[in-house]
Design a protein around this ligand. Structure first.
Ligand code: COA
Ligand code: AMP
Length: 629
């Protein structure tokens, strides 16, 4: 039964006032082994659960169901890899075969329902196979973005305690292969938890040395594998844990459940993105990020779409026409990517001349998220493509959009700079620091009134307390998004940026606090501050300020390089500090809090007020002089 909503307003009203009916209807699009007892289970507030008592399997809904219902020959994944010169179409039938076999492999290695499997893989079909195989047997996957270095991987292994790690010999960046195996080995060395086995997919571009007794070759083990069927899990059982940057160096393990996630993602494909089963949908992101989980893998497959798995960049693989080539070659209907990708294309091809070389008439919508869509990029993209360009706002924690123009319900007029309105299910409010609701046009802290809709994080991995402390304790009854903004008089939401120490660099979410922890480990650094400043290509980039220990005589240039190298090697190349400045003191309040937001304003050339709590205003003068120079 396809539900038709008469308008956005009507859908939104229903989702809040009659949420059981709204989500109960949406849940009928999912195949259940046992129907839920309750749509919304609020018996353990503030831990709300959706579809409790229900049983299902996410992999069944993403694969078996489609194969049993006439989609066996339909392409499920188009693997398009300009970095290896490969294009491969994988049908639903083939994907089901591979997933069932890899599920058998996991089973033969002793993986049971509830066990964790860390997946440290590049953008190849085997990554999707590994994720779905976990879902098939009720194991919990935790995918780690391939751009993270050994230390970050190790922190995740330590927390998730995986029985098995699945990895590949290398990822491929335009500059060449990135060897994963040495990073994996180092991460396991660093971690006190040791996985029992590592399954390694050997790529021809760089094969890895396997450790006997621990490492297993993917191809070898798949040869003798027996296919395995789906295990019925509780709707509330975890499907995956995805670690994301918090305000400290310790990442947060965002938990996603099975039932609510499947219902929400399936719903979002039709009503937010406007796609139908059989359509080609492309999220140009990475499976290591939430966008990849939700809209490269689960959303499109749950909805019976064809998903594009693109192992390449917007530019340089080979040119700024790469996206247009993929759209025209695979008849992509909806493209979802980060604004930074469009800024990269715009920088290399400002007139959009590469578009003319391709027929991109299949493209109906461009969705952008991950960072603020600046009006320049919006106007450039919409002028060139001549289709609706839709900003939408969400987070790893929610797993699907909080605000969007839900084109499958009703296409609302676009206001550049705004991700339109709250998506049905999200009761978005703006509060001031005292927790008072703010009227139109008044900026404040963006929160969502509980309960969050299905699909959003029910908690953090084995850490209910951190879940409450991080998200629910600032304003009772509300989920703290961490973003600031306002709603205008027409109900359009405007996101003004994070109110904490999280930054977004080229669509990658990073913690400046995490970077500070690395920088402060340098033996010559007494204290430091890392802030994100505006960047015309990447949106934001991190810069560091260091105060040296007295008596340090080391050359400053050498020191700066060492600090930059430490951040790259401990967090990953995506976290490169653009600049490091040596200062005599950091600006602080009298209680010792570093004035990061004032520093940010100075660095961005914005007007700023000297905070009344400042310890010594002269310190700001030094920062200004250094940045001007
Ligand atoms: N594995 C290993 N290394 C990776 C990596 C990965 N998956 N992804 C990025 N890196 C490395 C890059 O090779 C680069 O290394 P270098 O400094 O040694 O050259 C470094 O991390 C920075 O990469 P990136 O942030 O991608 O910057 P860039 O200048 O190479 O490219 C863009 C800029 C805008 C083209 C690129 O960032 C991009 O495509 N962004 C879109 C991101 C996106 O889709 N995010 C998902 C959110 S929806
Ligand atoms: P991530 O968890 O990586 O998806 O990052 C989430 C954060 O990215 C949000 O809290 C915002 O700060 C930012 N973000 C995502 N989408 C948007 C958007 N459309 N506009 C503004 N900021 C965004």
């Amino acid at each position: 039964m396809v539900v038709m909503y008469s308008s956005y307003d009507e859908a939104f009203r229903l989702s809040i006032e009659e949420s059981d009916r709204f989500w109960g209807e949406a849940a009928q699009e999912i195949q259940w082994d046992k129907k839920w007892d309750r749509v919304l289970d609020d018996t353990r507030k503030p831990f709300y659960r959706w579809f409790s008592g229900g049983k299902m399997n996410t992999c069944y809904n993403a694969l078996d169901f489609h194969v049993e219902n006439g989609r066996a020959e339909q392409v499920a994944i188009i693997y398009d890899s300009p970095v290896t010169g490969t294009i491969r179409n994988i049908t639903y039938g083939e994907l089901l075969g591979d997933v069932s076999k890899f599920a058998g492999v996991l089973r033969s290695l002793g993986v049971e329902k509830g066990d964790r499997v860390v997946i440290y893989m590049p953008m190849i079909p085997q990554t999707v196979v590994a994720m779905l195989a976990c879902a098939r047997i009720g194991a919990i996957h935790s995918v780690v973005f391939g751009g993270f270095a050994a230390n970050e991987l190790s922190v995740r292994i330590e927390d998730a305690k995986p029985k098995i790690v699945v990895s590949a010999s290398c990822g491929i960046e335009p500059k060449g292969p990135i060897l994963y195996k040495p990073l994996l080995d180092k991460a396991i060395d660093l971690s006190s938890h040791k996985p029992e086995r590592c399954v390694i997919f050997q790529r021809p571009q760089a094969r890895a040395e396997l450790i006997e007794g621990r490492d297993i070759d993917w191809d070898e083990v798949m040869k003798g594998a027996e296919s395995t069927g789906c295990v019925s899990v509780e709707a509330t059982d975890p499907l995956y844990v995805l670690y994301t940057s918090g305000t400290t160096g310790v990442p947060k393990g965002v938990v996603r459940d099975n039932g609510g996630h499947a219902v929400a993602l399936k719903w979002s494909m039709r009503y937010i993105y406007g796609v139908e089963p059989g359509d080609v949908y492309w999220a140009a992101s990475d499976v290591g990020w939430v966008v990849g989980h939700s809209y490269i893998v689960y959303g499109p497959l749950l909805h019976g779409c064809t998903t594009v798995l693109y192992e390449g960049k917007p530019v340089g693989t080979p040119d700024p026409g790469a996206f247009w080539r993929v759209i025209s070659q695979h008849k992509v209907k909806v493209l979802f990517t980060a604004p930074t990708a469009f800024r990269a294309i715009k920088k290399e091809d400002p007139s959009g001349s590469y578009i003319k070389k391709h027929d991109i008439s299949s493209l109906k919508y461009l969705f952008l998220a991950g960072e603020r869509l600046d009006p320049d990029t919006y106007h450039w993209a919409s002028g060139l493509l001549n289709i609706p360009v839709i900003d939408h706002w969400w987070q790893t924690e929610t797993g699907w959009p909080i605000a969007a123009n839900c084109v499958g319900i009703e296409e609302l007029p676009v206001k550049p700079g705004s991700p339109t309105k709250a998506v049905p299910g999200y009761n978005v409010k703006i509060l001031n620091e005292e927790g008072e609701e703010q009227g139109p046009e008044k900026e404040g802290i963006i929160v969502v009134k509980l309960p969050l809709p299905p699909g959003c994080l029910p908690t953090l991995w084995q850490n209910d307390k951190a879940y409450i402390d991080s998200y629910l304790s600032d304003f009772e009854g509300y989920y703290l998004t961490g973003d600031g903004g306002y709603v205008d008089k027409d109900g359009y939401l405007f996101i003004m940026g994070r109110v904490d120490d999280i930054i977004n660099v080229a669509g990658h979410r990073l913690s400046t606090g995490g970077m500070e922890e690395v920088v402060s480990k340098h033996p010559d650094v007494a204290e430091c501050a890392v802030i994100g400043i505006e960047d015309s290509l990447k949106g934001q980039v991190p810069i560091g300020f260091i105060v040296l220990k007295s008596g340090t005589t080391k050359d400053h240039e050498l020191l700066k390089k060492e600090v930059k190298d430490m951040v790259r090697s401990e967090i990953g190349a995506i976290a490169s500090l653009k600049e490091v400045y040596v200062v005599s003191r950091l600006p602080k309040t009298r209680s010792g809090k570093i004035l990061r937001s004032t520093m940010r304003k100075i660095a961005d050339g914005k007007t700023y007020k000297i905070p009344s709590t400042i310890e010594d205003p002269a310190v700001l003068g030094e920062i200004e002089d250094i940045l001007k120079a």
